[in-house]
Write a protein that binds this ligand. Structure first.
Ligand code: SF4
Ligand code: FE
Length: 492
């Protein structure tokens, strides 16, 4: 099929029998559920933009496996130029959706599993890499969305997988059969899991021999028996269920999505297994996937940042405050922070290098520095946006009030007339437009989109401490000591 449209993607989801639960109940028509649909629309943009000639160079690539044009989200990076284009594509999608568009986790997983399986085979004589190549061809040919799933519930953070009181805290192999394996466990806060056709599972931490049944990687269709998902709720999410609340939503079309994905004894056939007890490669797979996803944040969060900076500037215009020098300075600071993140995303890509399997890996130190900055700068960008917007962002009445024709008071005006009159600001600016931009900022700073821009910036692709560990490992302090010794004339 190659290169589905957004509409074809949405139709394809309706054919799946994915089990989704929300508010304690099964949701049968989850594709059209108002709380879930914005995340599907958002992911659909990864298909739509691939058909736009203006973006073809960023959104598509030539497959190294088949020579065909594929969506870049299913591509195995063949050069540092590919890595740079990946980041630019993510910035573009952040700009078009102001949300997490979810498809990157699969792309990052493909590239990590591709190179890791090659090295497992080299050591153990297994055939995971050839299997995985066939799998990627299948994904590319059908333009599928694959949820790259890594994070286990983890239980007691002080205990290894095999030391947990409850063994289900890490996903594991519970049975080996001639034709495959049976797995049990879960993956938590999985971005884009409900609206994915497939799941590509990876271990979540480096492991020892005692943990070997937890060292497992495989791909499986999202709706096979035993898999179910519990939708994660977001701040202000039930506004999406209200009528006449489009403006109150701030971003009514797009949003992100996370869910708990449970594997309650799921059979995985042999041709879908890419790691089975090779515990000594769990750390490599984790490190590579995390590295790619830390690079990703130097693109997606920057694109969303662009929209936030634009919204803050509009809020200043609509408030009549745009000429104040401190407002201009705050917009400069926001731009500086946002572009610094982009520099990191581009730098770790430009410094990419080929793996043994031939696809390109980002520079790990720079990718971890990128993500470490992402744990901080979006918070400052949002603080400045809130500063510029003013308190009305969180205190103004609802859309229904602005539209109400209920007469109140003694002079015969309606609630709508009072609200529109009293919340007017700069001359010539409609109160509705002012409300729209403030609600957008509320949504991205505090509402349902804050999941993707704020807390995900902190914890997505690994919490800050995970990057500090990698920076410590990659930082090469001893080499820096030698540099200082030479300059200072020290001979030991
Ligand atoms: Fe893609 Fe960013 Fe969402 Fe991760 S957080 S899936 S990189 S948009
Ligand atoms: Fe993420």
């Amino acid at each position: 099929m190659a290169l589905m449209t957004g509409a074809q993607y949405i139709e394809s989801l309706k054919k799946l029998n994915t089990k989704v639960y929300l508010f304690g109940e099964e949701v049968k028509d989850w594709v059209d559920h108002p709380m879930i649909r914005p995340s599907i629309n958002c992911l659909a943009m990864t298909f739509e933009l691939a058909h736009d000639p203006e973006y073809a160079d960023l959104m598509t690539a030539k497959s190294n496996l088949t020579g065909k044009t594929v969506n870049r989200f299913t591509h195995l990076h063949q050069s540092s130029g590919d890595l740079v284009k990946k980041v630019k594509m993510q910035r573009l999608l952040g700009q078009k959706t102001a949300s997490c568009f979810q498809r990157c986790v699969g792309m990052d997983a493909f590239n990590a599993v591709y190179s890791t399986t090659f090295e497992i085979d080299k050591k153990y004589g297994t055939e995971y890499h050839e299997r995985f190549k066939k799998y990627v061809e299948y994904v590319q040919e059908n333009d599928l969305v694959v949820d790259g799933a890594m994070t286990d519930p983890k239980g007691d953070r002080g205990a290894a997988p095999s030391q947990q009181t409850d063994p289900d805290m890490f996903l594991r192999i519970v049975e080996k059969r001639p034709d495959g394996i049976v797995v049990r466990g879960a993956k938590c806060h999985q971005t884009g899991s409900i609206n994915s056709h497939e799941h590509l599972i990876m271990p979540t931490i480096a492991m020892t021999e005692a943990d070997k049944e937890y060292a497992v990687s495989f791909a499986i269709q999202s709706d096979v028996p035993g898999i179910f998902m519990v939708y994660g709720r977001q701040s202000c999410d039930t506004r999406k269920l209200e009528e006449n609340a489009d403006i109150d939503l701030g971003n009514k079309t797009f949003g992100g999505q996370e869910a708990l994905v449970v594997f309650d004894d799921v059979f995985i056939p042999n041709d879908r297994i890419f790691m089975c007890e090779e515990y000594d490669f769990a750390g490599m797979l984790v490190e590579r996937f995390a590295g790619y996803h830390r690079q990703s944040y130097g693109g997606c969060k920057v694109g969303v940042g662009d929209v936030i900076i634009g919204a803050a500037a509009l809020a200043a215009d609509y408030n009549g405050a745009h000429k104040a020098s401190h407002i201009k300075d705050k917009l400069i600071e926001m731009t500086h922070l946002n572009e610094t993140l982009y520099c990191c995303g581009i730098a770790c890509s430009a410094e990419g290098y080929p793996t043994q399997a031939g696809n390109y890996q980002i520079d790990l130190l720079l990718a971890n520095v990128c993500k470490q900055n992402v744990t901080r700068f979006p918070y400052e960008i949002v603080r400045l946006a809130e500063d510029i917007a003013g308190g009305l962002m969180v205190t103004m009445p609802s859309q229904k009030d602005f539209e109400s024709d209920l007469k109140v008071g003694q002079t015969g005006k309606t609630i709508g007339e009072w609200c529109n009159k009293l919340y007017a600001a700069a001359p010539g600016v409609s109160t509705e437009n002012r409300m729209r931009i403030l609600r957008f900022l509320e949504n991205i700073c505090l509402g349902s989109s804050a999941v993707g821009y704020r807390t995900e910036s902190l914890h997505g692709a690994g919490s800050p401490q995970a990057q500090r560990i990698m920076i410590a490992r990659q930082g090469n302090i001893n080499q820096k000591k030698e540099l200082a010794k030479v300059i200072a004339g020290i001979k030991e």
